[in-house]
Design a protein around this ligand. Structure first.
Ligand code: NAG
Length: 310
């Protein structure tokens, strides 16, 4: 307790990039971040402008794009700034802010994937009742509920982390303020924090995952009951892109937490963190839009109508 000092900032010793490759990686990350911002913005704007896309599926997609956009904006601008500076630091308050928004938007995207899976389940298993079940009121309530759940969850972890005290060591071995990395540095008791991560983690990670699995299992079951090439084609065309996003998201998370880490665990953790903070949010818009006829048509309609109005 004697050597307790007040830490005002943390050093982010993230990506072990050799100095001669700094510029290359800087350009790469900048390009990836810009792609993420533009791709997701395009989806949000298209869904807003084109009334054909005012359906639950595309409104949820637009929400997912918003969450992805914010999620990568929590870490990427700071990473880009730190790559340019001699001392890659982040103030104490900035670190807690980063933790809050990282948890908020990360889990928000996670919950929206559940809403999208449920939407596909209703569309395929109850096509006649679809508009009645997926009413605008239900969609708004779901989105509101997700915001309340994820922001209170993020707030709880942030407040618990704010209680910790830190000693000399202020070096975070990651490129952003990761909750786990912060707990490792604390020199006060982190038992409560870890217990809450364990309990709430089960709720906010496993519950959405199980709900998604149940939705898709029901879809597959209802298709197999009346097998037809048309039905199978329908499932693949409507759920294929969604399933690839879910696989990408949970694949990296499961890879991160379940695979045994060797002695080079920091490098592995950083690479995985790179995957879900940069690559997944960047790929989502492409997975959804490039293969999607509705999105392409909406883009053409929006451009065309703007031309006419000009
Ligand atoms: C998110 O979804 C809700 C409910 O469907 C919708 O009203 C809202 O416009 C969506 N938000 C965005 C940014 O698309």
């Amino acid at each position: 307790m004697n050597n307790k000092t007040v830490i005002t900032q943390f050093l982010l010793m993230g990506l072990p990039i050799p100095p001669e490759h700094q510029h290359l990686f800087y350009a790469l990350f900048l390009a990836m971040y810009l792609t993420t911002v533009l791709g997701n913005l395009l989806i949000i704007i298209l869904v807003r402008l084109d009334s054909h896309l005012h359906t639950p599926m595309y409104l949820f997609l637009s929400n997912l794009s918003f969450a992805d956009l914010c999620f990568s904006s929590v870490t990427m601008p700071k990473l880009l700034q730190n790559m340019q500076s001699q001392e890659p630091s982040i103030p104490y308050a900035g670190c807690l802010t980063q933790i809050f928004f990282f948890l908020l938007f990360g889990y928000l995207g996670n919950f929206i994937l559940v809403a999208m899976a449920y939407d596909r389940y209703v569309a395929i298993c109850f096509p006649l009742q679809y508009t009645r079940i997926m009413s605008p009121k239900l969609c708004t309530c779901l989105v509101l509920l997700f915001w309340i759940l994820t922001s209170s969850h993020a707030m709880m972890h942030t407040l618990l982390a704010a209680r910790l005290s830190f000693c000399e060591n202020n070096v975070i071995l990651n490129f952003f303020c990761d909750l786990f990395a912060l707990l490792k540095l604390a020199c006060s008791e982190t038992y409560v924090n870890e217990l809450m991560i364990f309990i709430m983690g089960g709720f906010v990670v496993i519950t959405p995952f199980i709900l998604i699995v149940i939705s898709y299992a029901s879809i597959i079951y209802s298709i197999l009951k009346v097998p037809s090439t048309q039905g199978i084609y329908k499932v693949f065309s409507t759920c294929g892109s969604h399933l690839s996003v879910v696989t990408l998201f949970y694949g990296t998370v499961i890879g991160l937490y379940l695979c045994p880490s060797g002695n080079n665990s920091t490098v592995k953790e950083n690479t995985m963190a790179m995957m879900y903070t940069v690559v997944t949010p960047m790929l989502n818009p492409f997975i959804y839009s490039l293969r999607n006829r509705d999105m392409k048509r909406a883009l053409i309609r929006v451009i065309y109508s703007k031309k006419i109005s000009l």
